[in-house]
Design a protein around this ligand. Structure first.
Ligand code: PMP
Length: 369
């Protein structure tokens, strides 16, 4: 058996020689590498999840609600309340993490013979999911300081006429947000070019200084806002992502979703979490304050830091970022090397975790000065 490797299998040509997504899951004292929320769920919520899951378990002989109506209704209520913009059940779709939302969008609007464009560096899974769905990937431009260069972006859209355009705001791994006016202009450029679907990935929007772009959905039927419960809700293990869009988009993704893709356990757990929105979003305020502290302290240590609207901070610049990543790891702190030359990314953790990280970089700085 062991004499057969992946290279011996008849895998699709575009997958040959490629590596899977792989943020290291290392067992170190301080893990600040995958933009998770460091706070465990509060005990009353754990109890409520247990209750809801116990009830769901009584019906596991049956398939779950295929359309996840109760969950989508509650997600719509959450969006309406927090973004100040009316969102209805018909506007919302949910899946196993926003990665699956993005996969369903690319299966629906991308695919063989079609292309998707994102402004890189950005969330690497957009390109990987494009590859997995047979969608061609186009790497769009960004400025040196990682902001979006609107004229260059419009030119790329007009030139390539992609079927799908990704705008990640706040952007991962850089942390900066894209102004609403820029997204409006990109949408117009994408409509003039094809028209294409514009996916605004708002995985980190709850941590932003600004507002969600949800109100832009008005009058823009090709706009999709993608969200997740993995970050602000502190529920990365739950695997629940969702989108808000025109009801026609929600109808379209149903063409590719697997039947009963959201398990009854997932739906029950997400509903319990949504009952505790107030408590969970309380942690967001603490994390924003810690994020701002990381930015200020790293700058005072002499690092370059990209403005952050997310729960993580990109800092540099390093001759050899991987070597610095290793030096920080040697001090018991795992950060992320996203392969952006000269830069590393640290997730805002608890105050104690952030102190451990800052001590590590202070020490490294001293050794090198
Ligand atoms: N979008 C962005 C920008 C992300 O950074 C992530 C996770 N790192 C996701 C989507 C996917 O998150 P999930 O599948 O956990 O919802």
């Amino acid at each position: 058996m062991s004499d057969v490797s992946i290279d011996d299998l008849p895998v699709r040509d575009e997958l040959r020689g490629k590596s899977p997504y792989g943020a290291p899951q290392l067992d170190v004292p301080v893990r600040l590498n995958t933009n998770e929320n460091p706070y465990p769920l509060p005990e009353p919520l754990v109890e409520r999840i247990a209750e809801r899951v116990r009830e769901a378990a009584r019906h596991l002989n049956r398939y779950p609600d295929r359309d996840a109506v109760e969950l989508r209704t509650q997600l719509a209520a959450y969006l309406t309340k927090t973004a100040g913009h009316p969102v209805a059940l018909e506007n919302v779709w949910a899946a196993n993490g926003s990665n699956e939302v993005i996969q369903q969008l690319l299966q629906t609007f991308g695919g063989p013979g079609r292309t998707a464009l994102g402004f890189e560096p950005s969330y690497s899974m957009h390109a990987l999911i494009a590859r997995g769905t047979g969608t061609g990937w186009i790497s769009g431009p960004r400025r040196e300081d990682f902001t979006l260069d609107l004229p260059a972006a419009e030119k790329a859209i007009a030139g390539h006429r992609p079927d799908v355009v990704f705008v990640t705001t706040p952007n991962n791994p850089t942390g900066n947000a894209v102004p609403a006016d820029t997204v409006r202009a990109l949408y117009d450029a994408a409509q003039a070019a094809r028209p294409s679907i514009v996916v605004v990935d708002e995985a980190y929007v709850e941590f932003s200084h600004g507002d969600s772009l949800l109100p832009l959905l008005d009058g823009r039927p090709h706009l999709v806002i993608s969200r997740t419960m993995s970050k602000a809700f502190g529920a990365a293990g739950l695997r629940l992502g969702y989108l808000a869009a025109h009801p026609a988009v929600v109808d379209a993704v149903q063409l590719v979703r697997l039947p009963y893709h959201l398990s009854a356990i997932t739906q029950a757990t997400a509903l319990a979490a949504l009952e505790h929105t107030g408590t969970l979003l309380g942690y967001v305020e603490q994390l924003k304050a810690e994020r701002d502290r990381l930015v200020a302290e790293l700058r005072s240590l002499g690092y370059e830091v990209t403005d952050s609207d997310a729960n993580f901070v990109q800092f540099g610049r390093f001759q050899d970022s991987h070597a610095v990543w290793r030096q920080i790891l040697d001090r018991g702190v795992l950060v992320r090397d996203n392969g952006v030359p000269g830069w590393l990314r640290v997730t805002a953790g608890t105050p104690a975790e952030n102190d451990a990280f800052l001590d590590a970089v202070r020490e490294i700085k001293k050794e090198h000065s």
